[in-house]
Design a protein around this ligand. Structure first.
Ligand code: PLP
Length: 375
C-alpha cells in the first residue's frame, strides 16, 4: 500500500460510510416512490438530512443534497446571481476552479477578484472597499484546498451582512478537521468524499431567507431546486462519515497536528532550501512546500514511484506544467508556483506515512532539480 498523503484530494472511505451505503443501496430505494420501499428510502434521506443539518448548524429544510462540492458551488453562484440586481460578483483570488469558472460563466457578470496576502489570507480591507458598492454576491472559501490557508470567516460574515450582500462559502475542505457551525455564510458547499464519505455526494446549506431559483428541472426533488432521483444510500454514507469525523474531531486534530509538525520539520530538514507552509493559520491537515528549481509534477511522479502519494496545485496544459493560480495570487513567481507540493493528512494517517514521505523527499528533490524546469 502506498503512503497516502492526499486527503485534500479525497479521503479514504470510512467503514461507517461503507456500511451505511451497503445497508441502504441493497434494495430499491427511490424516495419519490410512494410504496413501502420508497417510504423507507424517504426515512433514510430525511434522517440523513437531519444529521447533516445538525452538523452544519442549520435546519433540515436548509440542507439541499447535491452531487458534490462542484455542483453545490454552481447552484449557489448561478442562483444568487439570478436573484440579484447588481452584476458585480466578488470572488476570492484563490478559490477552487468550481467557483472561479462558475463565476466567469455567469452571463453579463462583472467579476471582481479579492486579493490574498502572501500567506494566502483574504484581504479584508479590499473586500470591505468592494462592498461599498452593490454586489450580487461574495464567493470566498473557508479554507484553501491547496495551501490549507484559513480565511477569517467571522470577519467575512460580518462584512457581507453589514453590506446586505449574500456570502457563498465553499467549505469543502473544512469539515474534515473543523466545525462547520463556525461558518455563518448564506450558502455553504460541502462534499462527502473529503470527510471519508463516497465521491459524488455533497450538500449546499441554504440559510433561511436565501431563496434560490430552480437549478435543474425535472421531478422537483430537493425543494424543486435540484431535480433528479435522490441518492439516498450515498447521502446516508455522507451523513455517517461526517458524524464520525465530528465525533472524533478533537482527538483526530491533536493526533494529526503531531504528524503535521513532524512532516513540516522533516521536510525543512531534508530540503533546507524548501519553503514549508504549515501552522495555526492553516488547516491542520495541510503541509504545503515549495522546492526551488524543481518541477512539481516531476517531484510528484518521483514520490509516486517511491510509494508516496501527494498533489501539486499546478495543472498541465499541452504537456507544459502551468503555475498554480493560488501561489501566483500569493505573490510567488511562476517557477515557485510550479515547484510546489501539497501533503495532506487525515483520519487514517499514520506515522509510517510521514516516515515514507520524509525518506523519499530528499532523493526526489535531487533528481527533480537535476532535471530542472521545463520551458
Ligand atoms: N471546492 C474545493 C475547495 C475543493 O477542494 C473541491 C475538491 O477538490 C471541490 C470544490 C469540488 O468538490 P467535488 O469533488 O465534491 O465536486
Amino acid at each position: 500500500m502506498p503512503a497516502y498523503l492526499d486527503y485534500a484530494a479525497t479521503a479514504p472511505l470510512r467503514s461507517v460510510a461503507r456500511e451505511a451505503w451497503l445497508r441502504n443501496a441493497d434494495g430499491p430505494a427511490n424516495p419519490a416512490s410512494l410504496h413501502g420501499s420508497g417510504r423507507r428510502a424517504t426515512r433514510v434521506l430525511e434522517d440523513s438530512r437531519e444529521l447533516v443539518a445538525q452538523l452544519a448548524g442549520a435546519r433540515p429544510s436548509e440542507v439541499l443534497f447535491t452531487s458534490g462540492g462542484t455542483e453545490s458551488d454552481a447552484i449557489a453562484l448561478t442562483g444568487l446571481y439570478r436573484r440579484a440586481e447588481s452584476a458585480r460578483v466578488l470572488v476570492g483570488a484563490t478559490e477552487h476552479k468550481a467557483v472561479l469558472d462558475a463565476a466567469a460563466a455567469l452571463p453579463g457578470a462583472q467579476v471582481l477578484v479579492i486579493p490574498v496576502d502572501s500567506a494566502g489570507a483574504i484581504d479584508l480591507a479590499a473586500l470591505a472597499r468592494q462592498l461599498q458598492q452593490p454586489a450580487a454576491l461574495v464567493a470566498i472559501m473557508a479554507a484553501n484546498n491547496e495551501t490549507g490557508a484559513v480565511h477569517d470567516v467571522a470577519a467575512i460574515a460580518a462584512l457581507c451582512r453589514a453590506a446586505g450582500v449574500p456570502w457563498h462559502c465553499d467549505a469543502v475542505q473544512w469539515p474534515a478537521t473543523r466545525d462547520l457551525r463556525a461558518v455563518a455564510a448564506d450558502t455553504i458547499a460541502v462534499s462527502a468524499h473529503k470527510v471519508g464519505g463516497p465521491v459524488g455526494v455533497g450538500a449546499l446549506i441554504v440559510r433561511g431567507g436565501t431563496d434560490l431559483p430552480v437549478y435543474s428541472h425535472g421531478g422537483g426533488q430537493e425543494g424543486g431546486i435540484r431535480s433528479g432521483t435522490v441518492n439516498a444510500a450515498g447521502i446516508a454514507a455522507f451523513a455517517a462519515a461526517w458524524q464520525e469525523a465530528a465525533a472524533h474531531r478533537e482527538n483526530d486534530v491533536a493526533r494529526i497536528a503531531v504528524l503535521r509538525d513532524r512532516l513540516a520539520a522533516g521536510l525543512a530538514e531534508q530540503v533546507p532550501a524548501a519553503v514549508v507552509r504549515s501552522g495555526p493559520d492553516r488547516l491542520v491537515s495541510h503541509v504545503h512546500a515549495t522546492f526551488p528549481g524543481c518541477e512539481g509534477d516531476a517531484l510528484l511522479m518521483l514520490l509516486d514511484a517511491a510509494g508516496v502519494e501527494v498533489s501539486t496545485g499546478s495543472a498541465c496544459n499541452a504537456g507544459i506544467p502551468q503555475p498554480s493560480h493560488v501561489l501566483l495570487a500569493m505573490g510567488a513567481g511562476p517557477e515557485a508556483a510550479r515547484g510546489s507540493l501539497r501533503f495532506s493528512l487525515g483520519w487514517a494517517s499514520t506515522g509510517a506515512d510521514v516516515d515514507a514521505a520524509l525518506a523519499a523527499i530528499g532523493p526526489a528533490v535531487i533528481r527533480a532539480a537535476r532535471a530542472g524546469m521545463l520551458r
